[in-house]
Design a protein around this ligand. Structure first.
Ligand SMILES: Cc1cc2nc3c(=O)[nH]c(=O)nc-3n(C[C@H](O)[C@H](O)[C@H](O)COP(=O)(O)OP(=O)(O)OC[C@H]3O[C@@H](n4cnc5c(N)ncnc54)[C@H](O)[C@@H]3O)c2cc1C
Length: 484
């Protein structure tokens, strides 16, 4: 789905340096990222782009055939390399092709259930074969989780795929891994008003304006996302509608550089950005928190690695910069792959002990049963609750109220369940599994948000509007769910 681009200080569209990339990322992270991790991200960015280019990602080009770069919020220079506004898709397709070429086995339609461990060391995973309904186990000397974020806790108020339900994060916690910074959820300023579909920051990067019902601009459009989202939220709460305005950009430019944005606005909002204002609102977009990993991308469970949005590599801190997530996938994905391979080499064949552990985990998802309470209804209510009370502006009593509601849903879980008893392609079952993960993560987001008694980046507490230096640290959730 990623449209805007992937960052690297190539300097193809203006003066830039790795030092500026580091400085911008550090500033946006607001003191809770690791300088070493940020340096690793930014210093490896030019090589990451060169590698993607070499394996066939069709980046857009300048007139002199250099990789084109565009401006995104919080960046001191146009730094995002892009492929029109289909950057993520082009990267994904290319990687997929290269995997096929290498004969890498890809097991589709398989849903991760649990991670198996023995003495805090990974042994493999159990997964549901969606096509047959059977639970299968996969033994492994090391495992890498790359299961994405948890923005779908906000249900329809999110730009994300419906699969972003934090399954890998919840499974990692069940397996004994620590999580961190779960309270930090980034709201993207420009989701389409009625569908939450993203209109990329590249539209503002290209010179698009944000205007209210009176046609007034009210914020510097290229400030970091947390600041812009709060400014839009304030306008909406004061009764204004807010619009993205790119009518002053040339139609030919829009068709060439932003073709997907035009299509999405037409399809989902019934407006043509060439001639119309585009109604927008901020929606949940990216989750900075996730599975806590060390400098080798390993979790607190030995041999269990995590990367991408499900992990917290300590580079985004309180607020991710646009274009840094795709970069994180490539740079830290490589690191996780290399370290997982290295770890596997040194594992003795202790898989024999695995049998009893495996069946114990596999049986923990006996899900059928009571469906007195409709979990779909609860999931929708939960999304609305999170959007209104755990969203852009938070406040202790509202968070506490939301926590009481979430805990009551958790207590009611025995009265919820799967109605559809069929085995093959049972989406009801998958959705219930996702719901259970969402519910658990909701509780942890709230506990983390309540424990962070201050405002910082994407976590804005109206009752504690200032940043407090005593919170210059990660919020960690240990394997027992204790927040510190
Ligand atoms: C609309 C949109 C636009 C964006 N634009 C940009 C951009 O321009 N630049 C940028 O840097 N970032 C952008 N981002 C952010 C970036 O795209 C994501 O952070 C990134 O793609 C996450 O990659 P990932 O591989 O970690 O997770 P994902 O891409 O979410 O992939 C996770 C995968 O795990 C699978 N999965 C989940 N649960 C299970 C389970 N239980 N069993 C089996 N499989 C499972 C999912 O189906 C999915 O295939 C954008 C995000 C969105 C939503």
């Amino acid at each position: 789905m990623a449209q805007g681009g992937i960052n690297a200080a190539l300097g193809n569209a203006g003066e830039d340096s790795v030092a500026s990339h580091i400085a911008n990322t550090l500033k946006s992270a607001k003191n809770i990222a690791s300088l070493d991790a940020i340096k690793h991200l930014c210093e490896n960015a030019p090589d990451a782009i060169a590698w993607l280019d070499s394996i066939g990602v069709c980046f857009s080009r300048t007139k002199d055939s250099k990789i084109a770069q565009r401006a995104l919020g919080g960046a001191s220079s146009p730094r995002a390399c892009y492929a029109q506004d289909y950057t993520g898709l082009k990267i994904l397709h290319t990687l997929y092709d290269r995997c096929l070429e290498q004969g890498i086995e890809i097991i589709h339609e398989t849903f991760l259930l649990d991670i198996h461990t023995h003495e805090n060391t990974v042994m493999g995973v159990s997964a549901l074969d969606i096509r047959s309904g059977e639970t299968k186990t996969y033994e492994a000397a090391s495992v890498i989780l790359a299961t994405g974020g948890y923005s779908r806790v906000y249900n329809k108020h999110s730009t994300n795929s419906t699969a972003s339900t934090g399954d890998g994060i919840a499974s990692a916690l069940r397996a004994g891994a620590s999580l961190s910074d779960m309270e930090f959820v980034q709201f993207h300023p420009t989701g389409l008003k009625h569908s939450s579909i993203l209109i990329s920051e590249s539209a503002r990067g290209a010179g698009g304006y944000l205007v209210n019902s009176k046609g007034e601009r009210f914020i510097d459009e290229l400030l970091p996302r947390d600041t812009v989202a709060r400014a839009i939220d304030a306008q909406i709460k004061s009764g204004e509608n807010v619009f993205l305005d790119i009518r002053h950009l040339d139609e030919e430019f829009i068709n060439r550089e932003l073709p997907q944005e035009r299509k999405l606005a037409k399809l989902y909002e019934n407006v043509d950005p060439v001639s119309d204002l585009v109604p927008i609102k901020p929606v949940a977009h990216y989750t900075m928190g996730g599975i806590d990993v060390d400098a080798k991308a390993m979790t607190s469970v030995r041999g269990l690695f995590a990367t991408g949005e499900c992990a917290n590599h300590s580079v985004h801190g309180a607020n991710r910069l646009g274009g840094n997530s795709l970069l994180e996938l490539i740079v830290f994905g490589k690191l996780a792959g290399e370290n997982a391979a290295e770890f596997s080499k040194n594992v003795s064949s202790s898989q024999a002990q695995y049998g009893s552990e495996k069946s114990q985990r596999a049986s923990s998802h006996a899900l059928l049963g009571n469906s007195e309470i409709d979990f779909y209804k609860i999931r929708e209510e939960l999304g609305d609750l999170f959007y209104s009370q755990v969203g852009i502006i938070r406040e202790a009593s509202q968070l506490a109220d939301a926590l009481v509601k979430v805990e009551s849903h958790i207590a009611n879980l025995p009265q919820m369940g799967v109605k559809d008893t069929s085995k093959v392609y049972n989406t009801n079952k998958i959705e219930f599994l996702e719901f259970k993960n969402i519910l658990e993560l909701s509780r942890l987001i709230l506990l983390s948000a309540l424990s962070r008694n201050e405002s910082r980046g994407a976590h804005f507490r109206s009752d504690k509007p200032d940043t407090d230096a005593s919170f210059d640290k990660h919020t960690v959730i240990d394997k027992d769910g204790v927040v510190s």
